[in-house]
Design a protein around this ligand. Structure first.
Ligand code: BG6
Length: 489
């Protein structure tokens, strides 16, 4: 028996930097995502920079630019986020398509540097404010609730370069100004907000590409402490500004499994879950650091600098609901591994019971139910799955149709598992599949890694008309929403 509650928030999700384009239009300032080149599953995205002597270069993002370099847009590189899918000029058409599918909710993000181009201005950029107001008004026309992420991988580049971004506590007053501005400006148009997208990535992927030193851990935990404060400030401001506002956290939900039943593997897995997933969710949903935090810090001789009032700030800034992305699971073991998962952003031992996507991500629908039940039990707060989907190659047939049964199969299996979790008593209130319209991949910068129900005519060399067309999954998802999740055929 599958029973999605009345009013379940079906919809789709995007992020400003991956869909808007118009990176330097109407006063927008450059953001972190604008200095990232295109990559692929085999070759990482690069960050481009200029040295004081004028020479330029590019390094994988995780490597970090050389001492003295400034990240900059450099001639001769391909920056896919600059144009993305040009949602900035197509939002009316796109929202009409979302409405045609019956969306109840659309998850999107605000680009901080569209509102405050450098991050430090006293006054916001009016054109940026107008753009999002128009988007919200367009959504309202179709009764689609926006779910708005305040930060989705795109700190204004200036703040990042001048202050060191989230590593520096001095970022907080600028963040507060940005958040207060959007919460005040969009009162009455938005109800649900998310603070920091996939906040746990900072710690979960640390050490994945190159061994991490104690200094790396120190930086990561300090960075997170500042983001926890930022998130707590946002929750508090939202509650002060409007009774209608509800604010959630956003966690990258990758459940860890022990590869074997060796107790050492089970213990390792528990610890990996604590570090990679629970650490952030616990602080944001419970409003305090968990007991095991001290052990995690001690392991790397970390001393998180905190002010005396911070504990109180975190306590007052616990989120109203918990959201997460769900794409895959991973396996941990203390034993020697012969096969690793080996995709982009997917690490650990290969699970012999699962199949993997073309990008090496484990396909595991049941893992979604496992995660839902585990986190509901832990927090007892309403949950939303705000990202889920299959990144895949799509083929446009001669008649323009796009047959994507693989995407439908993937989503059907995940939605079935959500239904079972609801039947078990989990208070799941919404689902926004990732990249409901094709967007630029965050991990690889590719266009050909497509998640959408709506196809966008654009390739990895920047060719294409940006024309939108409906894939088979478009009609399928429309039926799912119409039947409130009871018709998944
Ligand atoms: C999440 C992000 O990591 O996964 C999105 O919140 C991202 O921004 C999504 O696009 C899918 O990852 P990718 O690398 O396939 O785009």
């Amino acid at each position: 028996m599958m029973s999605f509650p009345q009013g379940f928030l079906w919809g789709g999700a995007t992020a400003a930097n991956q869909c808007e384009g118009a990176w330097d239009v109407d006063g927008r300032g450059p953001a972190e995502s604008d200095v990232l080149t295109g990559g692929s599953v085999k070759s990482p995205r690069l960050v481009t920079y200029r040295m004081p002597d004028g020479t330029t270069g590019a390094v994988p993002k995780w490597q970090g630019v050389p001492e003295g370099a400034r990240r900059e847009v450099v001639d001769g590189y391909w920056y896919p986020n600059h144009d993305a899918i040009d949602f900035y000029h197509h939002y009316k058409e796109d929202i009409a398509l979302f409405a045609e599918m019956g969306f109840k909710q659309y998850r999107m993000s605000i680009s901080w540097s569209r509102i405050f181009p450098k991050g430090i201005e006293e006054e916001p950029n009016q054109a940026g404010l107008d753009f999002y107001r128009n988007v919200f008004l367009e959504l309202k026309k179709y009764d689609i609730e926006p779910l708005v992420t305040m930060w989705h991988f795109d700190t204004p580049l200036y703040l990042d370069e001048e202050l060191g971004g989230w590593k520096n506590r001095a970022i907080l007053p600028y963040w507060d100004r940005y958040v207060r501005t959007i919460l005040t400006e969009y009162k009455g148009l938005v109800k649900n907000w998310l603070t920091i997208n996939e906040i746990n990535n900072t710690i979960q992927f640390l050490g994945a590409n190159k061994p991490a030193s104690d200094e790396d851990f120190q930086r990561a935990y300090q960075h997170l402490h500042h983001q926890f404060l930022a998130s707590a400030h946002a929750v508090k401001m939202a509650h002060e500004i409007s009774d209608e506002y509800r604010v959630g956290c956003m966690i990258c939900g990758v459940p860890h499994y022990p590869l074997t039943c060796d107790p050492a593997d089970v213990l390792l897995t528990q610890r990996q879950m604590e570090r990679c997933v629970f650490y952030c969710g616990d602080v944001q949903a419970k409003g305090k650091y968990p007991v095991y935090a001290q052990r995690l810090w001690d392991e790397h001789d970390v001393h998180v600098e905190m002010e005396p009032e911070d504990a109180q700030v975190l306590a007052e800034g616990a989120v109203d609901f918990y959201t997460f992305s769900y794409y895959m699971t991973t396996c941990d073991t203390t034993h020697e591994v012969t096969e690793t998962a080996g995709g982009n952003m997917s690490f650990g031992a290969k699970n012999p019971y699962l199949k993997y996507s073309d990008w090496g991500w484990a396909l595991d629908a049941m893992g979604l139910r496992y995660y839902l039940e585990m986190v509901y039990d832990r927090y007892e707060k309403p949950l939303m799955v705000v990202e889920n989907g299959l990144g895949a190659f799509d083929t446009v047939e001669e008649d323009g149709s796009i047959h994507d049964p693989y995407r439908i199969d993937y989503m059907r299996a995940h939605i079935e598992e959500m239904g079972k979790a609801i039947d078990e008593g989990v208070d799941l209130i919404g689902y926004t599949s990732w990249g409901c319209i094709d967007v630029i991949s965050a991990g690889t910068g590719e266009m050909r890694k497509r998640y959408g129900f709506i196809y966008v005519d654009r390739d990895d060399e920047g060719n294409g008309t940006f024309a939108r067309s409906k894939k088979d999954s478009f009609y399928w998802y429309k039926k799912v929403i119409e039947s409130n999740g009871s018709d998944l055929a």
